[in-house]
Design a protein around this ligand. Structure first.
Ligand code: PEP
Length: 255
């Protein structure tokens, strides 16, 4: 276990929030607050805000991501956006398999795998989300489930491509609910994910993979969560919409 071998990344998931003008304003607020960050800083914004986000973030250490992409290159997929479209715009990251997409938009482990491959093949970096529902935790299947989600999502991903993958452990019961996993629970599942990566790619590679925690992370609990040996940053929903709150988490990850 060696946190020096991997970069902590704090990524904001803005979900369906902020207009383009509001995006410009929020990124302009965030930039000076995170300029000295000793971790990666990413904001994942709605598709229509990407232009504004890229313009506002230009020349700063704030990277821009999307929240999804389709797995086909082009074609009759009304309302969808391809990985190549994002890449050509200058987008660097894309969230794949967020639980809200799995729950509300029929995303499955198989489509998560297809989207992951499409994004990586287009040169995007992927923030791959895995995590269990409360009933699954209560049934005691969290480790198996998260390991299976990780394995299926990474089918066909080469060790070279894995360098462009961040895995985010997001217990569904903790997302947007104010209920945070304890630092121990987060670390335990993050370690399972790392062990799964080790099974697939070897222990040396697993040591280098950034595994985030996400689920009601905020300034008040970030220190404890981020101090865990297997927690390498966070995927932040609600708290990423307020510049000072997001910056406080970036500061915690920079210690
Ligand atoms: C998320 O949307 O990925 C998330 C972790 O949300 P929140 O921080 O609001 O729980």
């Amino acid at each position: 276990m060696n946190k020096q071998k991997r970069q902590a990344v704090i990524a904001g998931n803005w979900k369906m929030n902020k207009t383009p003008a509001e995006t410009t304003a929020l990124i302009n607020e965030i930039k000076p607050l995170v300029a000295n960050a000793d971790c990666g800083v990413v904001v994942c914004v709605p598709f229509v805000d990407l232009h504004a986000a890229l313009d506002a973030a230009k020349g700063s250490n704030v990277k821009v991501g999307a929240q999804n992409c389709h797995f086909e290159k082009s074609g009759a997929f009304t309302g969808e956006i391809s990985a190549d479209m994002l890449k050509e715009m200058g987008v660097e990251y894309v969230i794949i398999g967020h639980s809200e997409r799995r729950t509300y938009f029929g995303e499955t482990d198989v489509t998560v795998n297809k989207r992951t491959l499409a994004a990586l093949n287009s040169g995007l970096k992927v923030i791959l989300c895995v995590g269990e529902y409360l009933e699954q935790r209560e049934q005691g299947v969290t480790a198996e489930l998260v390991s299976m989600q990780t394995k299926i999502a990474l089918m066909g991903v080469t060790a070279e491509q894995l360098k462009n993958v961040i895995i985010a452990y997001e217990p569904v019961w903790a997302i947007g609910t104010g209920k945070t996993a304890t630092a121990e629970q987060a670390n335990e599942v993050n370690a399972v994910i790392r062990a799964t990566v080790a099974e697939l790619y070897g222990a040396d590679v697993a040591e280098t993979v950034t595994v985030q925690y996400g689920g009601s992370m905020k300034a008040s609990n970030a220190d404890e969560l981020l101090a865990q040996p297997d927690v390498d940053g966070g995927l932040i929903g609600g708290a990423s919409l307020v510049a000072e709150d997001f910056a406080a988490i970036v500061k915690a990850a920079s210690k």
